[in-house]
Design a binder for this molecule. Structure first.
Ligand code: SF4
Length: 208
């Protein structure tokens, strides 16, 4: 039975600031869970699903994670991965809420979200598109712009699905590519809200 003693495979946990999205620059405790079946070619956290990293993964209970997060006194706890929704997050969310912590989730949206989260950042991936129910739960959408045509491609898929912000992030290996940056700027000027230009501030600061 799931509960506070339920154990999760944890690739890493750390206290930093949120480098992206609406909560940019806010104190955040990150819990990066192991495992992802999507396997994007440009994944910047590939260690979370590569089999040679599995031996290093810590097994920590919902209670242990909540204790560590609470000790950090962050503005929010970000559950990320890998793809965290391959796990039933209910006991972890409950343990974090029991400590009075705000729970954020970063997901590709391709699997059901199990657990009571306060904020969903949905970053869709071509390899496995989000479930309709998850588009609806997204408080913000983060598009990774990896090709010049990616924004138009995703705009068509997003269609009527509402989110207060749709962030356009250059894929990190092309973060200084004038063609990609130009396309983002062009799109923002042509379409305005809810589109917003995004960046990964933590990488600029060289922190996790
Ligand atoms: S869904 Fe996320 S964690 Fe999984 S491979 Fe893609 S970028 Fe990496």
């Amino acid at each position: 039975m799931l509960g506070a003693k339920t154990v999760f495979p944890v690739f890493e946990f750390f206290h930093s600031f949120q480098g992206e999205g609406e909560y940019l620059g806010r104190s955040a405790f990150f819990i990066r869970l192991f495992g992802c079946p999507i396997r994007c070619p440009w994944c910047d956290s590939a260690g979370t699903w590569q089999s040679d990293a599995a031996a290093e993964v810590k097994r920590l209970s919902a209670d242990e994670l909540a204790d560590m997060a609470a000790a950090a006194k962050p503005d929010c706890v970000v559950i990320t991965g890998g793809e965290p929704t391959i796990h039933d997050l209910t006991p972890l969310c409950d343990a974090l809420h029991a400590k009075g912590l705000r729970v954020h989730l970063e997901t590709c949206g391709a699997f059901p979200i199990r657990g009571d989260v306060d904020w969903v950042t949905l970053s869709p991936k071509r390899q496995k598109l989000p479930l309709v129910e998850n588009w609806a739960r997204a408080r913000e959408i983060k598009i990774i712009v990896d090709t010049p045509d990616a924004i138009a491609e995703w705009a068509e898929k997003i269609g009527e699905h509402a989110a207060s912000s749709i962030w356009l992030h250059p894929e990190w290996s092309r973060a200084e590519d004038p063609e990609i940056l130009g396309k983002i700027a062009e799109w923002i000027c042509a379409h305005g809200a809810p589109y917003r230009a995004g960046w990964q501030l933590h990488k600029l600061f060289r922190v996790r």
